[in-house]
Write a protein that binds this ligand. Structure first.
Ligand SMILES: [Fe+2]
Length: 335
């Protein structure tokens, strides 16, 4: 490892993440719970807990649209206490990103900044608000270290990004000018936000700093809520991408502009898998340009869903070859 000091981007985490003695690091991602306060659906909590017990993850990720907006701090705290009780009791670190619904009712719901403080107050929540100078809340990277504590270079990284909400929202460049139709054939009516350049630049530069610190490229998994337009390419090329799973949503609700995040990942050459939600009834995954693009189907009984798809998406990474990320859906209603 180089003599460089730890970059701020991976410093100061509540609980550090490590490969297990058997060489595995297991990540379980749930998304689109979209629960209505005061509490999430009982079945959602029960099913999440069952998947957690079955898969025994080292890290749990919540992929956005966690709740359909909370009006008070007490409401969100109570909601999260029920949702994460089992995870906290099992002392499993967990993290989250926001979706389009979490803070949707502007002026009525808590803001992302207000919600973030409550999330981070949970003992095992290791989400970070991220730098103030870039758009969004919850842009961060979580390093994963060797089982061997004498090694201090990160071997793997989990990146969270805030993929925003809608292009009509104030503050997003060009929100007045973007035509809501015809830009993207996967979902012709999209008005969903795109990830702005400054966030992509933050990922690119942070990734460079981490590589410099580690002395080698650090393979990673990136997750955010709204899928990239490249997810549609996987659907259109099932054989070439080795696609598994299905598109039952009938469309891919990607951001309305392709702002180039996928290209940035290709140029950096570190991200091995991307996981998104947002489209509750898409659960497919496939590999395009060497990067696995994976949907997680949802686990929210308070919102629209397909029973046979409910579950979480697993990612299994091995210390001996962390660039080789394995993934599968862990379903509730299937063997
Ligand atoms: Fe969504």
């Amino acid at each position: 490892m180089s003599e460089n000091k730890i970059p701020a981007v991976i410093d100061g985490q509540k609980h550090s993440l490590r490969f297990r003695e058997n060489g595995e690091f297991r990540v379980l991602l749930f998304t689109d719970i979209q629960g209505h306060p005061p509490v999430p659906a009982e079945r959602t909590v029960r099913d999440m807990n069952a998947v957690i017990d079955r898969e025994d993850p080292d890290l749990i990720l919540l992929g956005g649209d966690i709740c359909s907006g909370c009006e008070t701090e007490e409401q969100l705290r109570g909601f999260l206490e029920v949702l994460t009780a089992h995870t906290e009791e099992r002392k499993i670190p967990w993290a989250h990103v926001y979706g389009n619904h979490d803070t949707e009712r502007i002026g009525k719901d808590l803001t992302r900044e207000e919600e973030q403080e409550i999330y981070e107050s949970f003992a095992y929540c290791i989400s970070k608000a991220g730098p103030e100078e870039i758009p969004g809340v919850g842009n961060y990277v979580l390093p994963v270290y060797s089982f061997d504590v004498s090694r201090s270079d990160p071997l793997f990284a989990v990146w969270g990004l805030d993929s925003g909400a809608y292009v009509r929202d104030p503050g997003l460049p060009g929100n007045q000018a973007i035509m809501p139709n015809a830009l993207f054939l996967g979902q012709p009516r999209s008005d969903y936000a795109y990830i702005p350049f400054t966030q992509i630049q933050w990922y690119f530069n942070s990734s460079l700093k981490m590589e410099e610190y580690a002395g080698h490229k650090v393979p990673g998994l990136m997750y955010f809520h709204i899928p990239l337009q490249e997810f549609y390419t996987v659907y259109l090329n099932p054989e070439q991408t080795g696609m598994t799973g299905v598109m039952e949503e009938g469309e891919i609700c990607a951001g309305v502009l392709n702002s180039g995040l996928f290209t940035a990942m290709l140029e950096r050459g570190d991200i091995r898998a991307v996981c998104c939600g947002h489209d509750h009834c898409n659960d497919y995954a496939g590999t395009y340009c060497g990067i696995c693009l994976a949907y997680a189907a949802n686990i929210g009984y308070d919102t629209y869903h397909h029973e046979h798809m409910m579950g979480g998406r697993m990612f299994v990474i091995r210390e001996e070859d962390p660039a080789d990320v394995k993934t599968y859906m862990s379903y509730i209603n299937r063997d």
